[in-house]
Design a protein around this ligand. Sequence first.
Ligand code: PGA
Length: 242
Amino acid sequence: MNLTLEGGKNLVRTLKNKLTNVTDVDVGVCPPFVFLKDLCEILRGSPIIVGAQNMHWEKNGAYTGEVSGLMIKEVGCTHVIIGHSERRTIFGETNTIINSKLKAVFDIGLKPIFCIGERLEERESRKTNKVVETQLREGLTNLSSAQIGQLTIAYEPVWAIGTGITATPAQAGEVHSFIRNFLIKEYGNNIACKIRIQYGGSVKPDNVRELLIQPEVDGALVGGASLDAGTFISIVLTATKQ
Ligand code: PGA
């Protein structure tokens, strides 16, 4: 819930101009709902992907205040973030709700960026793997192998989001390996290898390189540092060199 419409337009215009030659990294932006249509229009024809930050699990109906996947698709989105930790902690989204949303995403023909991650007290009581496994198991219930293969998973330790505290590369790498092994065990190597696992939580130009060189870290979900075009571009350019 940041920037104005004008600010968002300026941001994506700069990204469009400056990232035209970047072909070896997929770049996307996920603006607030009310900016999506305008920003999709600006980015039309560019390789920059547009996603929403959330959606409802039903296609339409009496859900005042909600926005459906069909609606975000209609304005040009191809992707949508599902289960961001702020949706879970502030708005009470459970793994069951997130599972309904993931099913709806595939039903509609969008692609999800599925967020998981432990809270500080869970890490401190050594429950990280258990929490992440439950989020995966319950979030992915009854999805087909073909759908699982199209996932992007974002591992975002809640204590690292917007706090300036980044997981160390070793901490991120450890949980990413755990997630990959879970996916291999549950869905087999072929499917598990297709899934992109991104790290999120205070990613910045000066820490992105050491995070991305971890073997199972396939990308980054950037929050605060994406609000400034120069900072975000610097993160993308660092990623192209990995
Ligand atoms: P941050 O946000 O990069 O500002 O920590 C990440 C997020 O919102 O997912």
